[in-house]
Design a protein around this ligand. Sequence first.
Ligand SMILES: [Zn+2]
Ligand SMILES: [Zn+2]
Length: 172
Amino acid sequence: MPAVPTDKSKPYIPLAGGATDGWSNDEEATATCFCGAVQLKFPTQGPGLVATFLCNCADCRKITASMFASNFAILDTHLTHVRGRENLTQFSQARTIASGNTMTNYFCTTCGTLMYRVSTGFPGMSALRIGTVDDFHLHETKLKPKVEQFIETRVSWLHGAEGVKQVEGSNF
Ligand SMILES: [Zn+2]
Ligand SMILES: [Zn+2]
């Protein structure tokens, strides 16, 4: 059996981090921090799932400690904190946000995983991270980014996600 199954229609939940109770079904799935203390539940289609996108902006590079962020937006009315909400630390700033909005980041206090960001410009929704979703098949299917934004600040040795709309600046 290959290490990564090729049938993208079935859940594929590799051992990643401290939790072993991630799951998905036809309508919903979990997102869990690296240590397992924080777990979210969210819908994997509309109307609760609003957008899927990559962002190469300078803040996303810094805050992910990587070269871009892979995000999906969920309406707060459809987002459930399964556990660990009290274990989230908030950090907000507006100085470097291109739109001038204040972005509040919610991190696991124990392991530092950024679980979601909330913008004052988009009330009522949270931007979760595709990488925290326990079922990796969803990264390839329902949560595959539809848009890649801030391509002008993408690192030069990456060339954009295949088949994904490319946008300079913000798509939203
Ligand atoms: Zn954690
Ligand atoms: Zn960004």
